[in-house]
Design a protein around this ligand. Structure first.
Ligand SMILES: Cc1cc2nc3c(=O)[nH]c(=O)nc-3n(C[C@H](O)[C@H](O)[C@H](O)COP(=O)(O)O)c2cc1C
Length: 323
């Protein structure tokens, strides 16, 4: 009843556990499946972190690395150590789980991205999610250049990787509609709208940097809902909802807007694996109340193209708030 298709993969539920602390070990991955998740996205492998760890190991072994060839060999085998660790988890997950397992990569350089993706595809990953969102803090770089780089990056990845490929993006692009269409045109299979990133904050007592809450609140789903509603009818690729999806009812909203599936993280961290089961139960109960027997019966009903009220996805101002 809850079956859906995402990135060309058959899912038994539209609830996917997104990349994060829940998906970084085999015990939790098994629990996701047992609780009824449709798929899991493994915690991202971060090129940035690997390179930082490799540098500190090189520093610690400086005296043994006087020859440049030894240095290169040491650096590469240290990198391989981290990548192998990721591949072990992926291989184990593929062996033990029957639901799709998606590997997630956050790379800065194209070479690393292609290298990791190729190795993960060989381990049997069902798809790759590219966690790509550089912050555009260089004032000399116009929005068009930021977009061009993103598309170039995605295109190079698409050209090299044959398994399904999705990109998890943020929403601060100058024209989201334009960049979403561009990803679609180059053959990306899906986008995850939207990642919720690290939020720097300040502790005013110590006057030092601190970290904003890593958890979302249930009222943060609005931007994803709007953009799925606006764009799902225009693109071939799948648009999955993410951020602030804490209940089955919110998953239903995303599907009505056009998403085939949603990724969830905070609700599982807060409420445990039963949050997945509760979401599935709530979606099923809602479908029962409205006489729907499959996700496709109502997916996209309120997408802009299909709904008479579709123009409302473009509304930015509150009208008639004073009665
Ligand atoms: C502690 C923590 C670690 C995360 N690590 C990753 C990560 O490695 N890669 C990634 O793409 N997203 C990561 N995320 C983001 C989540 O996958 C998700 O996009 C975000 O939390 C919004 O979904 P939610 O509202 O259901 O929490 C992380 C989130 C949290 C809270």
């Amino acid at each position: 009843m809850l079956n859906t298709e995402y990135l060309g993969l058959g899912l038994k539920s539209p609830v996917i556990v997104s990349s994060g602390p829940i998906t970084q070990n085999i015990v939790s991955l098994r629990k996701c499946e047992e609780a009824g998740a449709g798929a899991v996205v493994l915690k991202s492998i971060f090129e940035e972190q690997i390179e930082a760890d490799v540098s500190s190991e090189m520093e610690a072994n400086e005296e043994y690395l006087s020859h440049s060839s030894a240095e290169g060999f040491f650096a590469q085998s240290s990198r391989d150590f981290y990548i192998d660790k990721y591949m072990k988890l992926l291989t184990m997950a593929k062996k033990e789980l029957s639901i799709p397992v998606i590997a997630s990569i956050s790379a800065k350089t194209m070479d690393a991205w292609i290298d990791y993706a190729g190795r993960f595809a060989a381990c049997g990953a069902d798809a790759i999610e590219l966690n790509y969102y550089p912050i555009s803090s260089e004032s000399s770089v116009p929005g068009s250049e930021v977009d061009r780089r993103a598309i170039e990056f995605a295109k190079a990845a698409r050209d090299k990787i044959r398994i399904p490929l999705s990109i998890k993006i943020g929403y601060k692009y100058s024209s989201l509609a334009n960049i979403i269409m561009s990803f679609d045109r180059i053959g990306i299979d899906g986008l995850v709208l939207f990642n919720r990133f690290f939020r720097p904050d300040i502790d005013i007592e110590t006057m030092t940097f601190s970290q904003g809450s890593p958890s979302s609140s249930p009222d943060e789903y609005g931007e994803a809902l709007r953009w799925i509603g606006l764009m799902s009818g225009e693109v071939k690729m799948d648009l999955a909802g993410n951020t602030g999806i804490h209940s089955g009812e919110t998953v239903v909203k995303m599907i009505l807007a056009g998403a085939p599936a949603c990724e969830v993280c905070t609700s599982v961290i807060r409420n445990g694996f039963s949050a997945i089961t509760s979401m599935n139960d709530a979606i099923e109960a809602w479908m029962g109340r409205h006489g729907f027997s499959s996700i496709n019966d109502f997916r996209g009903r309120l997408a802009q193209e299909k709904s008479e009220e579709g123009y409302k996805w473009e509304r930015t101002q509150f009208l008639k708030t004073i009665s």
